[in-house]
Design a protein around this ligand. Structure first.
Ligand code: FES
Length: 128
């Protein structure tokens, strides 16, 4: 029997991001997790929020299906507590990915799952 859409998602590999201690506040790491059902790449943004917790979000704006950073890696707000889309300025909280200002206010970035093991950090598509 061929795999259904959810089975395809589940087959996306978990990806090594970096050593946990290399992810300091203000650093944003990225990782490629394959493609979604629409053929769009699934790029992860992995970071520490302002409380020190590790967070991972899909690098895909909720306004239009484009990367938040346009591939530049430059998306942290000046105060260091938001991610800002470079296209139209949607502003997302680091702590939960919630859009607090901009054309998609009220929506949130897609969260991805992070796992730590032996000092290394891994990210994968969150199971649905
Ligand atoms: S595409 Fe991100 S705010 Fe419009």
């Amino acid at each position: 029997m061929p795999p259904g859409p959810n089975q395809e998602r589940a087959s996306v590999a978990e990806v090594f991001v970096c050593a946990v201690d290399q992810l300091t506040t203000g650093v944003i790491r990225s990782a490629h997790l394959g493609h979604d059902d629409s053929g769009l790449p699934i790029m992860a943004l992995v970071l520490r929020d302002n409380t020190g917790k590790v967070r991972a979000y899909r690098n895909l704006c909720r306004h239009l299906p484009v990367p938040l950073d346009g591939g530049t890696g430059d998306l942290l707000s000046e105060d260091g507590v938001h991610l800002v889309c470079g296209t139209h300025g949607a502003t997302y909280r680091l702590s939960d990915g919630y859009c607090v200002e901009g054309p998609c206010e009220g929506l949130a970035l897609h969260r991805l799952r992070c796992r730590e093991e032996d000092g290394d950090l891994y990210v994968s598509v969150e199971p649905r």
